[in-house]
Write a protein that binds this ligand. Structure first.
Ligand code: ADP
Ligand code: MG
Length: 318
């Protein structure tokens, strides 16, 4: 099957909604921006053997690349609308592409995000997804909004991505139920779109945790010109894997493991009551883990003592 056959068969699906005037099939896509909103966009690339293990099932790759790309929109508090897809494939294997497309659309449809174009080339397996979303004017959640005394929160659990990788690489064995929990967290990490949109107008800053909480919170601090103090004992860690390692190791993974795709966000004191109500009502799953300070450093404390890290987070060129 040639390039156009592949695209037409597996990717040219009817867009969701009526805002796509020209989708796949011309030199560019044409869309109507949502009235009165600002556009927000981000691009993510995943390389075979680097961002997912060699031989990963194509459906899983499709799911994972979409979840990771949408996670960036979540971190800005944006609502997804459209995406473009650049595919570099070693061969035009219709079974592979069909399964990959199923993975991609399972997530795209859930978040009402329409595929409006892309590019297909031959080469080592590599996938790039550009997502486009929107926010109310001036309301995007940025990294540069944290102020001293804000409370630092994180959604869900931390360290699942790191623990999942250990399990996938057969360096750790867990019970079958926990195994499937971890596989899901690695291959289908929920993009926190709902939480991101909820936090618009409440959070002062946000980031999605892709390089590890320590490294990503440091980016909020850097951009905001502040520091933070994190209580390591408060880090939300899943019992699906914590019992298979010691406490300090689990906390280290929670701080430095990548691929969690949770949101780390800061909340000004006057908004904390509202957020705590949401948590109590089960509208958002989030944990307070520390606070923003005016010292330009990221302090980790555990039971009143400094907590030392062996490794500070994922650095793509480190
Ligand atoms: P051009 O040469 O003008 O860049 P192409 O011939 O590469 O266009 O692509 C033809 C159409 O198919 C375009 O609308 C493009 O957006 C779309 N397309 C190509 N590859 C993909 C893909 N992997 N997923 C979705 N749409 C794609
Ligand atoms: Mg063209």
């Amino acid at each position: 099957m040639d390039e156009f056959g592949l695209i037409n068969t597996y990717f040219a699906r009817a867009p969701i909604g009526s805002d796509v005037l020209q989708g796949i099939g011309d030199d560019c896509a044409v869309v109507n921006p949502p009235e009165g909103r600002q556009l927000v966009m981000s691009i993510d690339t995943m390389v075979d053997g680097m961002h997912f293990p060699y031989g990963t099932a194509p459906e899983r790759i499709g799911v994972r690349v979409m979840c990771a790309a949408l996670s960036d929109l979540a971190a800005m508090g944006a609502r997804p609308h459209w995406f473009t897809l650049a595919l570099t494939l070693p061969e035009a294997d219709p079974d592979w592409v069909a399964a990959f497309a199923d993975g991609v659309f399972s997530i795209a449809n859930r978040y009402e995000c329409s595929l409006i174009g892309g590019d297909t080339t031959r080469g080592p397996l590599c996938i790039t997804v550009q997502v486009h979303g929107s926010v109310e004017p001036g309301k995007a959640l940025r990294r540069a909004g944290a102020r001293p005394d804000d409370i630092v929160y994180v959604t869900g659990n931390l360290g699942d991505g790191a623990a999942a990788l250990k399990v996938i690489e057969k360096k750790m064995t867990v019970a079958p139920g926990s195994f499937s929990y971890l596989l899901k967290r690695f291959y289908a990490p929920t993009p926190r779109i709902i939480e991101g949109e909820m936090l618009v107008g409440t959070a002062s800053a946000a980031i999605d945790v892709s390089d590890g909480l320590y490294a990503d919170l440091a980016k909020i601090c850097e951009a905001s010109g502040v520091g933070a103090m994190i209580d390591v004992a408060r880090l939300p860690i899943s019992e699906h894997w914590s019992s298979y390692t010691n406490e300090a190791q689990a906390q280290e993974w929670a701080l430095t493991g990548g691929d969690d795709y949770q949101l780390c966000f800061t909340v000004p004191r006057e908004q904390v009551g509202k957020l705590e109500n949401w948590i109590r009502e089960g509208r958002i799953v989030a944990t307070a883990i520390g606070k923003i300070t005016n010292k330009h450093e990221l302090l980790l404390v555990k039971n009143g003592k400094p907590f030392e890290l062996e490794r500070k987070g994922y650095d793509h060129f480190g």
